[in-house]
Design a protein around this ligand. Structure first.
Ligand SMILES: [Zn+2]
Length: 181
């Protein structure tokens, strides 16, 4: 995985870029949670479920299908006031889907560990993109505070934070221009 901070940076930038004005405050923590939640599957290790297992790390919980389930769950539970299939309902569902999916997709750009089961449960093969510029993040805080952690942070800064920051700045500028005219 890129570290949780980097997935959260994507959530923050996507929210700034795409959230309509006046979204309820709960939108923001939910966005962060969706971007990070797939990595809750590292708990599988504690239960003796191996990495390559269906429910192992980077398995089903990193898939596009899980992203769809989670987005439908979040929208129907936390945005109940939105009518089913209304414009806002679609916005929240697509937004939370894209954020959760962005997690597995970003992981597929990392250079280590096992690949991502993006198409689970239809196909449980683990995938990487052919180009993997992001240094894989170590699992666990202790390893993260090592030299490896510093190397990972530098690579995430370059490939995740910087593009996220640019997205946030450019979209804010575009919004200001749109409001003005
Ligand atoms: Zn992950």
């Amino acid at each position: 995985m890129p570290s949780a901070i980097s997935h959260a940076a994507v959530a923050a930038a996507a929210g700034i870029a795409f959230a309509p004005q006046g979204v309820p405050t709960r939108f923001w923590p939910l966005a962060l949670i969706c971007s990070i939640l797939p990595d809750a599957d590292i708990m599988a290790f504690a239960f003796g479920i191996p990495y390559h297992h269906y429910f192992g790390h980077r398995g089903f919980f990193h898939s596009l299908f899980f992203a769809l389930i989670l987005s439908l769950f979040v929208t129907s539970l936390f945005f109940r006031e939105e009518m089913l299939f209304s414009g806002k309902w679609f916005f929240y569902t697509i937004f939370f889907f894209s954020l959760t999916a962005s997690h597995g997709i970003l992981d597929a750009f990392t250079n280590g560990g096992l690949g991502i089961a993006l198409f689970s449960p239809l196909n449980n093969e683990r995938y990487f993109f052919p180009w993997t510029p992001i240094a894989v993040s170590p699992i666990g805080i202790k390893a993260f505070l090592s030299k490896w952690g510093w190397f990972v942070l530098k690579s995430e800064f370059m490939w995740v934070w910087l593009p996220a920051f640019i997205l946030a700045v450019v979209s804010t500028a575009i919004r200001k221009v749109i409001v003005r005219f």
